[in-house]
Each structure stands twice: as structure tokens, then as C-alpha cells.
Design a protein around this ligand. Structure first.
Ligand SMILES: O=C(O)CCC(=O)C(=O)O
Length: 295
């Protein structure tokens, strides 16, 4: 797996653009400084400390999918909400680890609602990357702070991001940031290079009965072996919306914090039955660093 380092202003070389086009991912080392990563980690811990997470019961699991039935999850598209690791709870539903190690992720509008996340997410450097990979009008739709805590960090099953973030035509890209070194030991991401050139397998959306469910679209035969996307702290990993990717459970004693932003093009249609809904008074914004977080 090839890793790159882009120019300080976010300019990508022809080789980087061609690697992204061929593989469907691009790993850019040292995109963010250690200080920026540490600031985000501290803010995430602070958000947890300010919240009574013992009162929460929404577990996020890409294998059990129990969260999809929770109103707490379904209405989290324009909020800051906390989802627990399934292994954080005892059989009686009590937390058995410290709060900061029990959360699977915080989502899904950190970038719009929290000033520290807003500042991290909206930079000219990120905007430049987005323009170069083809965005006419990039809009920041979803953000997630993923903890992958030591020993209990859950796996993320193989998926394409456009399954969850569907536009017509497809326009989703993941901007995934390693806030700590991500290695095979602590549950780094894996991807199936080149498989983004095939079709979208399924769509996850709100059905007529009000439930969030998957609808099959195609049946791609993914034959490519997954490659480990090991990424040192500060790396930005771009993930094409149709690229199948996954991450394993973290059984190591090191956490693997990451921050991911899912971007769509404002020129594309965003269907009303997508799972992620936002209130009309929180319009989508781009990477413009001068706009303020709403609270
Ligand atoms: O961080 C991970 O382990 C998975 C993240 C992911 O799948 C995503 O951001 O789309």
C-alpha cells in the first residue's frame, strides 16, 4: 500500500490523483499536526465528561444493528450524540469500564455544532483536496469521532459509504483522520482496492413503514483481497463512496481514535428517505473556515 504526503496547502500530485482513481483510497501522511489531533482528542473526552453517559443505552454495532431501531440514533443526524460499545455493558446493562473507554462513537453533526470540531473540519487545505478530487460544491454532511477503545473497540463490517450516504448521482467521500497511530494491532482500516469501480451493493434508508433497512441494489463479486490501511497519527485517508472498507475489533491495549467526515456534493440530489436527516434551520455548509459553528 502506497502512502503519500501532499503539499502544505493541500495540493495533490498527478501520481496521488491517479492512485486515488485506481485504488479508491489515498493515504496522506502528516496532513494534520500532532497538536491538532491532540486538541480534538481532548475535546472528545471533554464532551464525554460533560455528558451523563450512564443514562444512555444506545449501542452502536455494525454486526447487530440494534441502533437502527433507536430514535436516539435515527434523529442524531443534526446532533451530538454518544453511542456505546456493546462490550462496555454488563449483562444487566451497567457500564463496566470508564466512560471515556465505553463510547464507540460520537456523531453525527460535531462539525456543525462544536467550535473545536468546526475548526478542525473546515480548512482551506481540506477544501483544496475536495476540489481536486472533483467536488464542485462540497458539503460536510456527517462527522463521527470513533474511539476503537483498547480491548473492546468493536469491528466495523465491510461496507460502502454511499450505502448510508446516498445521493443522485453518487457523490459521497470519506475524509478519515487518524488521531492516533492506526495499526493492524489496534484495528486499522482495511479496503478492497479498485472495487469502487463496480456498482453500489445496497442502500440503507427509511422505508414506508418508517424503519431503517437495507435495500439490495446489485450483487458485486468482491474478489480483491483487503489491504491494511495502516495510518500514522495525523494522516488523512480519502475513501471513495463505493470503496468497500472495514476495520477489525481492537483487542490490543492501545486505543485507535479517528475522526471521519463524510462529504457530498451540493449539486447532487439528497433523497428525503436517507437515514440521516437534518432540520431545515441547519443548512449544509462547505469547508469555508470563516463560517461559525451554530452553538
Ligand atoms: O474507523 C473505522 O474503523 C471505520 C470508519 C468507517 O467505516 C467510515 O468512516 O466510513
Amino acid at each position: 500500500m502506497k502512502r503519500f504526503e501532499c503539499a502544505e496547502d493541500g495540493t495533490l500530485s498527478a501520481e496521488m490523483l491517479s492512485a486515488y482513481e485506481n485504488d479508491g483510497f489515498l493515504v496522506l501522511d502528516h496532513f494534520f499536526s500532532d497538536t491538532d489531533c491532540d486538541k480534538l482528542r481532548e475535546r472528545a473526552f471533554q464532551l464525554i465528561e460533560e455528558t451523563d453517559i450512564t443514562a444512555l443505552s444506545s449501542v452502536f454495532s455494525t454486526t447487530a444493528h440494534s441502533h437502527t431501531k433507536d430514535d436516539y440514533f435515527q434523529t442524531s443526524g443534526d446532533k451530538i450524540r454518544f453511542f456505546l460499545e456493546s462490550e462496555a455493558l454488563t449483562d444487566e446493562g451497567e457500564l463496566q469500564f470508564p466512560a471515556t473507554e465505553s463510547v464507540n462513537k460520537i456523531g453525527h453533526a460535531l462539525h456543525d455544532l462544536d467550535p473545536v470540531f468546526n475548526q478542525f473540519s473546515r480548512t482551506e487545505k481540506l477544501n483544496k483536496v475536495a476540489q481536486q478530487i472533483g467536488y464542485a460544491d462540497p458539503k460536510l454532511l456527517q462527522s463521527m469521532y470513533i474511539f476503537k477503545s483498547p480491548r473492546i473497540g468493536g469491528e466495523v463490517n465491510c461496507h460502502q459509504d454511499s450505502t448510508f450516504i446516498y445521493t443522485d448521482p453518487l457523490s459521497c467521500t470519506g475524509f478519515w483522520v487518524a488521531l492516533e497511530d492506526a495499526t493492524v494491532e489496534n484495528g486499522c482500516m482495511y479496503a478492497l482496492p479498485g472495487e469502487h469501480k463496480g456498482p453500489l451493493k445496497e442502500r440503507f434508508h427509511r422505508h414506508d413503514d418508517g424503519e431503517l433497512k437495507f435495500t439490495p441494489i446489485d450483487d458485486p463479486e468482491w474478489k480483491t483481497e483487503p489491504v491494511a490501511l495502516e495510518a500514522p497519527k495525523g494522516s488523512l485517508v480519502l475513501l471513495h463512496g463505493k470503496l468497500p472498507h472495514l476495520s477489525g475489533a481492537n483487542r490490543s491495549d492501545k486505543s485507535r481514535h479517528a475522526y471521519t467526515l463524510h462529504v457530498i456534493d451540493g449539486d447532487c440530489h439528497y433523497p428525503e428517505d436517507n437515514w440521516l436527516v437534518r432540520s431545515a434551520d441547519m443548512p449544509l455548509r462547505g469547508f469555508d473556515a470563516t463560517s461559525e459553528a451554530s452553538v
